[in-house]
Design a protein around this ligand. Structure first.
Ligand code: SF4
Length: 170
């Protein structure tokens, strides 16, 4: 079992790399719900167009099974101006510290390529692309509220927006 205190330094690292703030939470505090992927399927313009999104991304059942293998999660928030690859950079840094199973989830659909390689069925930038939490069934709202963040539905595009990313650690 990992010592939580030893992992807290990754919150500081996330902030150094551009996150607004970060929390180390237990992996079993991450909420997975079927409705999240249904919202991807009915209402998201990226559905079926990006390999990091449904129907290609892991199902809620797969995500729940994955979470059982992890003890902790680094959950962090960032402004839209923050580099989009922050979660992947943190995954790499945490991996290099010896946490070989570190695994990142992004906060948005993958838009790394002008057009996703979805026709051929494989990602052409696998070192950089990670699925969004929602695309795997993670309820960002419920997870964030679960660990003390105040998160509300935004009613206009003028309101400040914060993206949430996470990195699993075991
Ligand atoms: S990196 Fe490119 S090919 Fe891979 S999922 Fe993202 S958009 Fe698609």
């Amino acid at each position: 079992m990992k010592e939580k205190g030893d992992l807290e330094r990754f919150c500081e690292l996330a902030i150094q790399l551009g996150a607004a703030d970060a929390k180390l939470i237990r992996a079993d505090q991450v909420v997975v719900k079927n409705w999240v992927r249904w919202k991807c399927r009915f209402g998201c313009p990226d559905y079926g167009k990006v390999l990091m999104c449904p129907p290609y991304s892991p199902t809620p059942e797969e995500t729940l099974a994955l979470l059982k293998e992890y003890e902790y999660t680094l959950l962090f928030r960032s402004k839209p101006s923050t580099p989009k690859n922050l979660a992947v950079e943190l995954e790499k840094r945490i991996f290099l510290e010896g946490y070989y199973a570190a695994l990142a989830f992004a906060n948005d659909s993958c838009h790394l390529c002008k057009e996703c390689n979805v026709q051929k069925g494989y990602c052409i930038r696998p070192a950089e692309a990670r699925p969004a939490m929602e695309s795997c069934g993670i309820s960002v709202f419920e997870t964030a509220k679960n660990v003390g963040y105040r998160i509300e539905v935004l009613k206009s595009k003028e309101q400040d927006f914060m993206g949430y990313d996470l990195v699993l650690i075991c």
